[in-house]
Design a protein around this ligand. Structure first.
Ligand SMILES: NC(=O)c1ccc[n+]([C@@H]2O[C@H](COP(=O)([O-])OP(=O)(O)OC[C@H]3O[C@@H](n4cnc5c(N)ncnc54)[C@H](O)[C@@H]3O)[C@@H](O)[C@H]2O)c1
Ligand SMILES: O=C(O)C(=O)C[C@@H](O)[C@H](O)[C@H](O)COP(=O)(O)O
Ligand SMILES: [Zn+2]
Length: 367
């Protein structure tokens, strides 16, 4: 078991990464002195519940905690105000009080949804993340919690840091292949924004990562979490540096929104977004090899890097204008300078984005 720390100055919290952690959830709650007198709400989805809910409930109950569970439908559409309200109803009917804990057991969807419930219920209760996807090495750390609006992704949310992250990597073995690939997009992103050696390592370990080799996965996830923890520790509220975690997201979020939160998985959308960011950088003078290396790395994982031809350029641009990354009439893009290094650029024009969209429609997908 490895422990990383997210250090936020006045407080810090641990990320525990290892096998068999869900079965020990009760002891982790006791170690963190979480109240046994107040009910614990476990939020999960209908893919994860049949696999892992019982062991978490049993572990907590064996340690003397009373649990209430809410199972939502799996998928991005559950990050909605409607589902948020349904989870709130369960919390109120279940008698949660101010000392209660909300647990997110699942991927980033459940993490963001349950986290927003924890941030809002009685103006904020304790939150525990129990991530079960590869992608959630990113989403479970850093405290961004939100639901979507049909016009824009993650539009309604808060910053609400977890008390701890209990990352049981054994759960990853049951992930569907498409989710494995999508989750690895955020791992690659951490290499691309912060650490060229780690990006190289991801490329060199592509097959082992895709095959869910346990030691390789733990190394990659620990490295990814530690990069995320360093960035968040430096800038919790995205006043500056933290924006780099948005590589690929300016365009990626627009793709998710216009796809009705069903056409693209988050990792797939940001993979296309990272290819687009590299292309914009090349069009601004960077060496073309930067784009080619980015695309080779992502497509090695079977991730999409071309713009599907049926997508309407105007719709993509319109959706980008609703995103949080459109500020003071400017589009904020994270552009690569080299592999492992990015810059935050706020003067990318709509014309540059249009050109990248058109060029990416003409590219061939390399898989
Ligand atoms: N808050 C943040 O900082 C942050 C960071 C990155 C992404 N996100 C958000 O995370 C979401 C994507 O997260 P995700 O990719 O984990 O999606 P997800 O939560 O939808 O999980 C992916 C799929 O895998 C299933 N699943 C989860 N764990 C499983 C397991 N162990 N075995 C079998 N099936 C399992 C789920 O039911 C779902 O169908 C997006 O909404 C994105 O915006 C948030
Ligand atoms: O933690 C962050 O900061 C990130 O940007 C991580 C992203 O991978 C994540 O998708 C995040 O939810 C995007 O944030 P948003 O503020 O652009 O909605
Ligand atoms: Zn993301």
């Amino acid at each position: 078991m490895r422990t990383l720390q997210v250090d936020l100055g006045e407080r810090s919290y641990p990320i525990y990464i290892g096998g068999g952690l869900l079965a020990k959830a009760g002891s982790y709650f006791e170690d963190h002195q979480l109240s046994k007198k107040s009910p614990v709400l476990i939020v999960t989805d209908d893919h994860v519940a049949p696999l892992y809910l019982k062991q978490v409930e049993e572990s907590l109950e064996n340690s003397g905690y009373r649990t209430v569970s809410k199972v939502v439908k799996a998928g991005e559409k559950s990050k909605s105000l409607g589902v948020f309200e349904a989870v709130m109803t369960t919390a109120i009917e279940g008698g949660l009080d101010r000392r209660s804990v909300v647990v997110a057991l699942g991927g980033g969807v459940v993490g963001d949804l349950a986290g927003f419930v924890a941030a809002s219920y009685m103006r904020g209760v304790t939150f525990v993340q129990m991530p079960t996807t590869i992608l959630a090495h990113d989403s479970s750390v850093g405290g961004k919690v939100a639901v979507n609006h049909h016009l824009a992704k993650n539009m309604i949310g808060a910053f609400h840091q977890p008390e701890m992250v209990l990352y049981d990597v054994e759960t990853l073995q049951s992930l569907p292949e498409r989710e494995v690939r999508a989750g690895l997009a955020e791992m690659v992103k951490h290499g691309l924004i912060w650490d060229a050696e780690f990006a190289d390592w991801c490329r060199d370990h592509t097959s082992k990562l895709l095959a869910l080799d346990a030691d390789t996965l733990v190394y990659g996830l620990t490295k990814g979490c530690s990069i995320k923890a360093q960035v968040v520790s430096d800038d919790e509220r995205e006043l500056g540096l933290r924006a780099i975690l948005n590589l690929g997201h300016t365009l990626g979020h627009a793709l998710e929104a216009i796809g009705g939160y069903g056409e693209f998985l988050h990792g797939e959308a940001i993979s296309i977004g990272m290819a687009a960011a590299a292309l914009i950088a090349v069009n601004r003078g960077a060496d073309r090899s930067l784009y080619e290396e980015t695309v080779a790395l992502l497509s090695g994982f079977g991730l999409p890097t071309v713009m599907p031809k049926h997508l309407d350029e105007e719709q993509i641009i319109g959706a980008m204008m609703h995103d949080k990354k459109f500020k003071e009439q400017k589009l904020v893009f994270i552009l690569p300078l080299s592999i492992g290094k990015v810059e935050i650029v706020s003067d990318v024009t709509v014309e540059e984005v249009r050109r990248a969209i058109r060029d990416l429609k003409e590219e061939e997908q390399h898989v």
